[in-house]
Design a protein around this ligand. Structure first.
Ligand SMILES: *[C@@H]1O[C@H](CO)[C@@H](O)[C@H](O)[C@H]1NC(C)=O
Length: 262
């Protein structure tokens, strides 16, 4: 919404990155796909994907926040206590008569948790019970790889870099003493291990993981422009987003940058 990164600081970052590239330090932190592995997939909700909104990652409305309907809820084993929020997967249907044989795969972003249900057997309805590796896809995403009548299909999946457009986005919530930030549109590995906030009058303040893709600082930061430092969970790369929010930032707003992981 508000983009106020000073052009000089962006230019500095850009020149620094370019210089690193020139002296032969490759961008080795770029995320690479994992090997293909076996899992299963079901779907939840209907063709409108309205049930996928407001999931356990905290992205809220997936349409207005850019995630669309190509999303999945992960079983606990994959969800990693929310650290897998934002990760991206190619999923292909295999070994079922319901598969669309000409479709190589579809790509989804993890936006939700598929919780266990211990009153169901893990092999009969309790598909998301640990230690099962399971994708509960949005119905539109599932219908790209298999007929919905299948209910459940075996799949091959692999994690891939998230092909995001544009930079990281930060959605602010909390109150005057508590800043809760949801990080969205994360490229590369798509996941976040650690995050810091810096007010224009403070040093870097460590933020703790709250839930899903949200991080919190117990600090009074009103009236200060805010910068964020973020470390990728998978690649360990750290990037800094300077002056993401202007001094008159507000809770409830989402602030965009043009900095991202790759
Ligand atoms: C778990 O499974 C039982 C048995 O089918 C069902 O009645 C219940 O609603 C399920 N719980 C949840 C949270 O989905």
């Amino acid at each position: 919404m508000s983009f106020s990164l000073h052009s000089w600081s962006f230019g500095f970052v850009f020149v620094t990155l370019t210089a690193l590239a020139i002296i032969g330090k490759p961008c080795s932190a770029a995320y690479r796909p994992s090997p293909w592995a076996l899992a299963h997939a079901t779907f939840y909700g209907d063709g409108t994907a309205s049930e996928t909104m407001g999931g356990a990652c905290g992205y809220g409305n997936l349409f207005s926040n850019g995630y669309g309907t190509d999303t999945a809820a992960l079983s606990t084993t994959l969800f990693n206590n929310g650290f897998a929020c934002g990760t991206c997967y190619q999923i292909k249907c295999v070994q079922s008569k319901w598969c669309y044989p000409t479709v190589k795969f579809t790509t989804v972003t993890a936006t939700n948790l598929c919780p266990p249900n211990w009153s169901k057997d893990s092999n009969n309805g309790g598909w998301c019970n640990p230690p099962r590796v399971h994708f509960d896809m949005s119905k539109p995403a599932f219908m790209k790889i298999a007929q919905w009548k299948a209910g459940i299909v075996p799949v091959m999946y692999r994690r891939v870099p998230c092909a995001t457009r544009g930079g990281l986005r930060f959605k602010f919530q909390g109150n005057g003493y508590w800043l809760l930030v949801y990080v969205m549109n994360v490229g590369g590995g798509g996941d976040i291990a650690k995050m810091w906030v810096k007010g224009s009058k403070t040093g870097w303040i460590s933020m703790s993981h709250n839930w899903g893709a949200s991080y919190q600082a117990f600090a009074t930061l009103r009236g200060q422009s805010l910068s964020f430092k973020i470390t990728s969970y998978t690649t360990k790369e750290t990037i800094i987003c300077w002056n993401v929010a202007p001094a008159n930032w507000n809770l409830g707003l989402t602030y965009s940058t043009n900095v991202n992981f790759h």
